[in-house]
Design a protein around this ligand. Structure first.
Ligand code: PGA
Length: 255
């Protein structure tokens, strides 16, 4: 299965900084064999990124989205607005959305349905907090987040789905999960998702690991088959660091 490495820039980079990043990343694109690359800049940089990425295979994603199509929702961004810029993917239920902005499971579910309705590929984020992990609740938390997001969805409406396993305690802390823990969680995520959706998803479902991934540790994750890529925050902000990470992922997966 082709790896997918996605950059989640969070609230970083202006449009001008984005253009300069995209131009430099394109110069290194030939090094990215066997890896699909996705950039998720802030909304305000999507248009500039789309223009700068023209002619490249690097794809564009958004970090969030409204569950509504239009209307009186101050500050929200709708799926058709994203599609206008060639956005193909959308991150949903990131732990910062869940924990800082109070996004509940039912909201994430509505967003997921909206993404599918508009043909956007969802990157659904799930993951346990440090406290849940030490309480031995990781599996139960993952299963419950997945159930809320996926149960009863029409399998036929899902051409492609990405689930990012992102343990909250590993995000931005420099303390990544061990590759074997990430792989165990990724297997659990895949089998729980397939059960909820009523059958094997094979190439239609990829499971990423996210949380303090960098060019030095990516190989440990992507060489374990349950992990099909990574969602990268901090290490995606400097273009050479990110390009090194993508290259390392491709080389590790080839071995
Ligand atoms: P990090 O963030 O790579 O900085 O840990 C990952 C994420 O939040 O998706």
């Amino acid at each position: 299965m082709k790896l997918i490495i996605a950059a989640n820039w969070k609230m970083h980079k202006t449009a001008a900084e984005t253009v300069s990043f995209c131009n430099s990343l394109k110069l290194r694109e030939k090094e990215f064999s066997g890896v699909e690359v996705l950039l998720c800049p802030p909304y305000t940089a999507l248009s500039a990124a789309a223009a700068a990425l023209k002619g490249s295979a690097i794809k564009l994603g958004a970090q969030n989205m409204s569950w509504e199509t239009e209307g009186a929702y101050t500050g929200e961004i709708a799926a058709p607005m994203l599609k206008e810029f060639g956005v193909t993917h959308v991150i949903l239920g990131h732990s910062e959305r869940r924990h800082i902005f109070g996004e509940a499971d039912n909201v994430i579910r509505k967003k997921l349905e909206q993404a599918l309705r508009f043909g956007l590929i969802p990157i659904l984020c799930v993951g346990e907090t440090g406290e849940q992990r030490s309480g031995g609740d990781t599996a139960a938390v993952l299963e419950s987040q997945l159930r809320a997001a996926l149960e009863g969805l029409d399998r036929e409406s899902i051409a492609e789905l990405i689930i990012a396993y992102e343990p909250v305690w590993a995000i931005g802390t420099g303390q990544a999960a061990s590759p074997t823990d990430a792989a165990d969680a990724a297997s659990l995520v895949r089998s729980a998702a397939e059960k909820l959706l009523g059958g094997a998803m094979e190439g239609a479902l990829r499971v990423q690991y996210g949380g303090s991934v960098n060019a030095g540790n990516i190989d440990g994750f992507v060489t374990l088959p349950p992990v099909n890529g990574a969602l990268v925050g901090g290490a995606s902000l400097a273009v050479d660091t990110f390009a090194d990470l993508i290259k390392a992922a491709g080389e590790a997966a080839e071995c």
